[in-house]
Write a protein that binds this ligand. Structure first.
Ligand SMILES: *Cc1c(COP(=O)(O)O)cnc(C)c1O
Length: 392
């Protein structure tokens, strides 16, 4: 499959057929595996080869199919599937850090990622320096000879600030630091993070990979030696493995991810252009708009503006709530990457935990609304959003 195009790989990659030769991937809902003999059991615990399974927390055929297909999509050597995006982020960081290590992280992070970096890691003696991810001088000043890793979201939630993967990787690699990228908003369809210098790429597969809002999952991708030697032992012994059922649902998600995400990004671009300049809006944040301060970087790094928009409404929370309540197709919820378009008011939901000061620091004003564009008809979406803006 390595030399096939992404859409072909996403339909066929990683498939393992049982002796029944089923067309659609089987769900192996089993925790354990039977050995032919006591000797075989003993041998398997000494060293298990590929497709020799012991226990579902260690590995499972359906999960292995998902891991292999994900690695093909990302262009990474290997992958470990996790129970959720947060299990993946926590595993990617904690599996390789120890007391006395130094981590440099971008400040604009998903709330739970920030919790790990600010609360958990320091509790175990990891020193953390937070920087503005889009400021390369800040990265240069923060990365030191004892820096073990750098961590950032390549496109931040919810303000869609991009981090230049290639430039930050150059700074980090000069000090032998490992580059760990949370790539959810960039999506694995548009990502070229590995060739741009990321050593470890993490996804919440709950988002575009499931793509239809059904299951929680995550995945950690990287070089085989790192995934199998560092990540796997940590994940399989601490319990963050993906369930076979989730792997099966998300394998099906991978079959259609290229079609979905490209359609979503196409609609996002059309919506951004259609609503840009509306009276109810202070601004439209979309990296695919020529006026976005990082539109060149978005084009170079992703070749797309992505599937997410952020809108700053004139009139703060009251206007934002009026907009949300006037929408008829777009749902008020907090997932993203779903087939259904979803709108979120970060200040009162996902980022409510932060102080107003901290939110202002991160650019999350009371008028800010996050929009995840689904696969509905583009014109219907533009209609719905324009009507709701008119209602504000
Ligand atoms: C959703 C999300 C996560 C967490 O993923 P879960 O699957 O909800 O655990 C981490 N990082 C980013 C950027 C996300 O959007």
């Amino acid at each position: 499959m390595e030399n096939r195009k992404p859409r072909t790989r996403m339909v066929h990659g990683g498939t393992r057929r049982s002796r029944w030769n089923e067309v659609s991937e089987a769900i192996f809902l089993t925790q354990g595996f039977v050995y032919d003999s006591a000797e075989q059991a003993e041998q398997r615990f000494v060293s298990s080869g590929p497709d020799e399974y012991i226990y579902a927390r260690y590995g499972n055929p359906t999960v292995a199919m998902f891991e292999e297909r994900m690695a093909l999509l990302e262009g990474a050597e290997d992958a470990f599937a996790a129970a959720s995006g947060m299990a993946a982020v926590n595993g990617a960081l904690t599996s390789m850090l120890k007391a006395g290590d130094h981590l440099v992280s971008a400040r604009a992070l998903f709330g739970s990622c920030l919790y790990i970096v600010e609360e958990i890691l320091p509790r175990f003696g990891v020193e953390v320096t937070l920087v503005d991810g889009s400021d390369l001088d800040a990265w240069r000043a923060a990365v030191r000879p004892d820096t073990k890793a750098v961590f950032f979201e390549s496109m931040s939630n919810p303000t869609l600030d991009l981090v230049d993967i290639e430039a930050v990787a150059k700074i980090a690699h000069a000090q032998d630091a490992v580059v760990i990228v949370d790539n959810v908003f960039s999506t694995p369809v548009f990502s070229r993070a590995v060739e741009q210098g990321a050593d470890v790429v993490v996804y919440s597969s709950t988002k575009h990979i499931d793509g239809q809002g059904r299951t929680l999952g995550g995945v950690i991708l990287g070089q085989r030696e790192h995934i199998r030697g560092v990540v796997e032992p940590y994940m399989k012994h601490t319990g963050g493995s993906m369930s076979p059922f989730t792997a099966w649902v998300q394998l099906k998600g991978l079959e259609t991810i290229d079609l979905r995400v490209r359609a979503q990004a196409g609609s996002a671009q059309a919506i951004a252009e259609a609503i840009n300049g509306h009276d109810a809006l202070e601004k439209v944040i979309y990296p695919g708009l020529p006026g976005h301060p990082q539109s060149d970087l978005a084009r170079r790094q992703l070749g797309s503006g992505g599937t997410m928009l952020a809108l700053e409404l004139v009139g703060g929370k009251e206007a934002a709530f009026r907009f949300l309540n006037a929408l008829e197709i777009v749902l008020i919820s907090n997932n993203l990457g779903d087939a259904k378009s979803i709108v979120t008011h970060p200040a009162t939901t996902t980022h409510q935990r932060l102080t107003a000061e901290r939110r202002a620091d991160l650019g999350i004003g009371d008028g800010l609304v996050r929009l995840s564009v689904g696969i509905e008809d583009t014109e219907d979406l533009i209609d719905d959003i324009l009507s709701a803006l008119d209602a504000v």
